[in-house]
Design a protein around this ligand. Structure first.
Ligand SMILES: Nc1ncnc2c1ncn2[C@@H]1O[C@H](COP(=O)(O)OP(=O)(O)O)[C@@H](O)[C@H]1O
Ligand SMILES: [Mg+2]
Length: 354
């Protein structure tokens, strides 16, 4: 089922939390709303579900306007951060709940419950109560409960954030597999960029009740349109710069603390400056400038060894402090206090509007 949201507004009392938001989510898409706490992700999800009324605009499922349709008529599966299982019901009864509400019963219903639990590896714990399950097991039950009714839309509100790192990755895979098998249109809410990048077909980066940028994970990461997006999705060095020459073939020359640097431009015509964005992993470090593009002289200020990579803070001769991340053999070879050069490919240095 496709979801079209147009000019949607949601207010709590006097406070407008979502304003003029429009979004098209095609059938079968794994769509992620990514943004910091308080930006309106849960509100938007609950409005799509029908739990929170829209104060303006429209929500359309497969061409049908559902803006005023009550939640129980929208055929939606939901998974929450806190599992929201019924504590006094067994695992099987939790999963059966939605089917019973639809008038199902008996052996046929039980078979569906078992199949759904089996799919998430929980069939052997059918008779348990939620209190006797781990967080990961509870979330698997919640997933089975959402999927057993064969919903047309699956909505998930930070379903992984109460789990530890290893479980998060396991259940991430279960969710992706289930979503693809059922080809179910999914709206997934998270504040975690790695989750968003790894799971989604499309991401909407939210800022204060609006979608600031919409795109595939790669588009969002490689070509952020605003400093907010660049910063929120992946780390970024952000430096205010003035242009020292006109744009040519999508490239501009910027003045970076007195040093001229060639960068790719996403600036509107006529701009005189912007924000230079350089990702730490796009900066190359070397003891000599010989093998580097656009080497900048500096000194290692801090170093963090992270196993597969090392993260450095470098104090540049032009006065700026930047972060760089090295991978591969000898990634930790630069000592604190060492003189180094940091090089950046013009294609990987981006100037965007301030
Ligand atoms: N029931 C409510 N009544 C009043 N304000 C609310 C309510 N729920 C959320 N808010 C406010 O709306 C804003 C967005 O909240 P929310 O949608 O929960 O954001 P997120 O899920 O991105 O953290 C916040 O400022 C929050 O305080
Ligand atoms: Mg929330």
């Amino acid at each position: 089922m496709s979801i079209e949201i147009s000019d949607l507004s949601v207010t709590y009392g006097q406070e407008r939390v979502i304003s003029g938001l429009s979004l098209d989510i095609p059938e079968g898409c794994f769509f992620t709303l990514l943004g910091p706490s308080g930006c309106g992700k849960t509100t938007l999800l609950r409005t799509i579900a029908g739990f929170v009324p829209a104060s303006g605009g429209h929500i359309v499922f497969n061409g049908k306007d559902v803006t005023d349709l009550p939640a129980y008529k929208r055929n939606i599966g939901m998974v929450f951060q806190d599992y929201a299982l019924f504590p006094d019901k067994t695992v099987a009864e939790n999963v059966a709940y939605g089917l019973r509400a639809r008038g199902e019963s008996g052996a046929a219903m039980l078979k569906k419950v078992e199949a759904a639990l089996d799919r998430v590896g929980m069939a052997h714990l059918m008779a348990r109560h939620p209190a006797a399950l781990s967080g990961g097991q509870r979330q698997r039950v919640a997933l089975a409960r959402a999927m057993v009714i064969k919903p047309q839309v699956l909505l998930m509100d930070e379903p992984l954030s109460n789990l530890d790192a290893k479980l998060r990755i396991q259940i991430r895979e279960t969710i992706s597999d289930l979503q693809r098998e059922a080809n179910i249109t999914t709206v997934f809410v998270t504040h975690d960029q790695e989750e968003a990048l790894s799971m989604s077909d499309k991401i909407g980066v939210m800022n204060r009740g609006a979608v600031e940028q919409l795109g595939t994970p790669k588009e969002i990461y490689a070509t952020p349109r605003t400093a907010y997006v660049a910063d929120f999705v992946g780390a970024a060095n952000r430096i205010d710069v003035a242009l020292s020459g006109p744009a040519q073939d999508g490239m501009v020359r910027v003045d970076f603390g007195g040093e001229a640097l060639l960068a790719s431009s996403a600036l509107p015509a006529g701009a005189s400056g912007g924000i230079l964005i350089m990702r730490p992993e796009d900066l190359q470090l070397a003891a000599s400038p010989a093998d580097l593009r656009q080497p900048l002289r500096g000194t290692i200020l801090k170093r963090q060894y992270l196993g597969g990579k090392t993260s450095y803070k470098i104090s540049l001769a032009n006065g700026a402090v930047i972060s760089a991340e090295c991978h591969g053999d000898g990634h930790d070879r630069h000592a604190i206090g060492a003189h180094v050069f940091a090089g950046v490919d013009p294609a990987k240095a981006m100037v965007i509007a301030a």
